[in-house]
Ligand binder design. Structure first.
Ligand code: 4NP
Length: 165
């Protein structure tokens, strides 16, 4: 594919715990970018600190694996101010994550054009645009499946958007 100037070279996916949604999004984004021929650094993090150092939730691992995504080796970490300097684009799984990330960004004194662009993960998605990727942590199998469906759709939409920007 033609690589346009607006295509980021690095993307960070962020949710609350970094054990359900964002590690799943990390692997899905990585696979879709590879299929599209993009050289993209992809990582994930959580706004919270409860699960630092933990593997993804075992339910997320199982559902991801059943769709061909192996997330078993990923390790949770917390988002940091430095992530805004290291990544081109930071994508929030839900509107609370987005607000928390915006607060971190607003606290930084760096020139704003040197910091990561921030957006909702669903922003470019014609099907789910503006929606949260709902937190499945207290949910059931259907909720974990819904997470994968929405992430596949919204990741693809970002990659498509970079073909025409
Ligand atoms: P995630 O899900 O943000 O998709 O990783 C959650 C994981 C853990 C918790 C909340 C959400 N928790 O409260 O521990």
């Amino acid at each position: 594919m033609l690589i346009k100037a607006c295509t980021p070279s690095s993307v960070l996916l962020v949710c609350l715990g970094n054990i359900c949604r964002s590690p799943t999004a990390e692997e899905i984004f990585r696979q879709q970018a590879a299929i599209a021929g993009l050289s993209l650094k992809v990582d994930s993090a959580g706004t919270g600190d409860w699960h630092i150092g933990h593997a993804p939730d075992e339910r997320s691992q199982r559902h991801a694996k059943s769709h061909g995504y192996n997330i078993s080796k990923l390790v949770a970490r917390q988002v940091s101010a430095d992530d805004f300097r290291q990544f081109d684009l930071i994508l929030a799984m839900d509107s609370q994550n987005l607000a928390d990330l915006q607060a971190i960004k607003d606290s930084l004194t760096d020139p704003v054009d040197t910091l990561a662009k921030l957006a909702l993960f669903s922003e470019e998605d014609p099907t789910y645009g503006g929606d949260d990727v709902p937190d499945p942590y207290h949910g059931d199998a259907e909720d974990f499946e819904e997470v994968i469906k929405r992430i596949e759709s919204s990741a693809q939409a970002w990659i498509e958007s970079w073909k025409t920007c």
